[in-house]
Structures are given as C-alpha cells and as structure tokens.
Design a protein around this ligand. Structure first.
Ligand code: GTP
Ligand code: MG
Length: 137
C-alpha cells in the first residue's frame, strides 16, 4: 500500500463539488489519511508549483490556485499515484476519459478541479509540504 497527495482546486470548491469528488475518491478505494480545508498563499503556490516556473502558464496557475479555498489530502491505496491519476483523467478535461473526475467536474485545462501527484517521490514531498507528521493518521 502507498500514498498520493491531492488537492480539490478552487474551481471545484466554488462550484460545490467537494462532496461529490470525495465520494468518487473513496468509492475508488482510496483511504483518506490526512485532510484539510485551506487556502494557498502566493508564496505557497509558487513553491508548490516550482517545477512549472518557466512555463508560459505559471502566472495564471499561481493566480488560480490562490484564488480561493482548496481541500488538501493524503490518500492511501495500493499503487496510489498511478491509480489516482487514472481516476482524475487527463490534464485537459476535453481529453479526459468518460467517468474521470476531471471529465465530470473540470471546466478547462487551467481550472481542472483536482491535483494528483505524478510520482511516489513527489507524493511524499507534496504531502509533507501541507501536513505535519501528527496530522497524518
Ligand atoms: P496536476 O495534477 O495539477 O499537477 O496536473 P497535471 O499533472 O495533469 O498537469 P501538469 O503538472 O502538467 O500541470 C499542472 C497544472 O498546471 C495543471 O493541472 C493545470 O492546472 C495547469 N496547467 C497545465 N497546462 C496549462 C495550460 O496550458 N494553461 C493553463 N492556464 N494552466 C495549465
Ligand atoms: Mg502535475
């Protein structure tokens, strides 16, 4: 069993999809081992998305991710990273498979409802960015 990190992004929170998204996540067999309702500061978002600093959409991404509250969570399941990325679907909801979270709840490539870590290493880094050890159960 292992872990991934997710955020329900500001668009999905604003559109009232927190409950439906958590339902999809738990129905797919993920166990929530840490969770909080929070908002990223400018500095948080710039650091969290540091790998995208040189990308043309970086400014938009940071502006969007700081625009409202999010839900951050650590999820546990066998093969967590890969299975969670399959559950959320392609970055652009237009390309996302039927039944995936982004297909159902995302509005655009930028405002795409959820984040999912892309490797075990990044899952650990991102999880500890948001949660102290005593907040993980
Ligand atoms: P995350 O799970 O959020 O990391 O998405 P991803 O791994 O599917 O995509 P990637 O890491 O390449 O990009 C990170 C985030 O940047 C995406 O989820 C989008 O929110 C945003 N993003 C990516 N490409 C674009 C783009 O062309 N325009 C805009 N505005 N945002 C983008
Ligand atoms: Mg990514």
């Amino acid at each position: 069993t292992n872990r991934t990190f997710t955020m329900i992004k500001p668009d999905a929170v604003k559109n009232g999809h927190i409950g439906a998204i958590l339902e999809k996540i738990t129905a797919a067999g993920f166990k929530i081992v840490a969770m909080k309702y929070t908002q990223l500061s400018l500095r948080d978002a710039q650091e969290f998305y540091g790998v995208h600093r040189e990308r043309p959409f970086f400014g938009e991404l940071v502006e969007f991710m700081t625009s409202g509250t999010i839900v951050a969570a650590i999820l546990e399941k066998e093969n967590a990273v890969e299975d969670f990325r399959a559950l959320i679907g392609a970055t652009n909801p237009a390309d996302a498979a039927e039944g995936t979270i982004r297909k159902m709840f995302a509005t655009s490539i930028g405002e795409n409802a959820v984040h999912g870590s892309d490797s075990d290493e990044n899952a650990a880094i991102e999880g500890s960015f948001h949660f102290a050890g005593r907040e993980i159960y």
